[in-house]
Design a protein. Structure first.
Length: 282
């Protein structure tokens, strides 16, 4: 995808402003210079036409500026994303280099250990050939070493069991912490749901001349991140058109609705539905 700099966006916006100014000038000429066969427009009609064209121009300029601002935001987000990806790639390369260096070091240690083991084996063979006593002593030493190895294996198994029990305890604590956090977030959802319901109930105005006692309807609501109401529509009617319309109007009048600071909780209120009751709103 082709990238544009801020200066490019500025030049495009400037050209669009000039084009709109020319269109406005032509519109003014068409508005002021009329045909001789038609009666001349009054000064009030000319002013109204100019105001209308100016308003249209201002709206178009505002729309173009919003589009350019959105493009700049998208461009900045792409730059930030690329910078983050580049940093992650560099971190991976550094980590891979460190791992390679560590493996090389381990290989050197292993090679040295193998050399030492080979040297010990040769010495052992020489000692066995030199004297039976030396062989007996080596056998004894081997038996002791095996006993120590068995003891070490036993202790290692015990240590592994203790480590596993400790890990299970940590996992249980983490699970409890997550459950407590989930309950806290759910309580926050419930609290904000009640705040939103109270705000809507405060903005409800009972239609005059109708008995709406005991009526209920279900409303689907969509919000912006700021709490501004995008849409509010009845999805389950109460059976009364007047009551349904008053409920929808109450939701729109309550805008913006209170939004929680926690992104997880706020996400639950981007789109939701609730039952509006005349008994609760009264």
């Amino acid at each position: 995808m082709k990238k544009y700099t801020q200066s490019t966006y500025f030049i495009i916006a400037l050209c669009l402003h000039i084009l709109l100014a020319i269109l406005l000038f032509l519109s003014l000429e068409r508005t002021i210079f009329v045909s001789e066969d038609k009666p001349a427009l009054s000064q009030k009609e000319i002013i109204n036409a100019v105001v209308i064209n100016k308003n249209d121009l201002q709206k178009e300029v505002a729309r173009l500026e919003a589009v350019e601002a959105q493009k700049r935001i998208h461009e900045e987000e792409k730059k930030q994303k690329l910078a983050l990806e580049e940093k992650e790639a560099k971190d991976k390369i550094i980590k891979a280099q460190e791992l390679a260096a560590e493996l090389e070091k381990k290989n050197e240690v292993l090679k040295l250990a193998q050399q030492q083991e080979q040297k010990k084996l040769e010495e052992k063979q020489q000692q066995q050939k030199a004297a039976a006593q030396a062989a007996k002593e080596k056998a004894k030493a081997k038996a002791e070493a095996e006993a120590k190895a068995a003891q070490a294996a036993k202790e290692q198994k015990k240590a592994e069991k203790e480590a596993q029990e400790a890990q299970e305890a940590l996992e249980a604590q983490e699970a409890q912490r997550q459950q407590a956090l989930q309950r806290q977030k759910q309580d926050e959802v419930t609290r904000h749901a009640q705040l939103i319901r109270s705000r809507i109930n405060e903005n409800w105005r009972k239609p005059l001349g109708f008995d709406l006692t005991g009526l209920k309807c279900k409303i689907d609501v969509k919000l912006l991140p700021t709490g501004e109401v995008l849409t509010a529509s009845v999805i389950v009617s109460s059976g009364s058109v007047e009551f349904d319309r008053s409920a929808e109007l109450a939701v729109r009048k309550a805008s913006p609705l209170p939004m929680p600071e926690d992104p997880f909780v706020a996400n639950a209120f981007r789109q939701f539905d609730f039952t509006f009751s005349s008994l609760e709103a009264a």
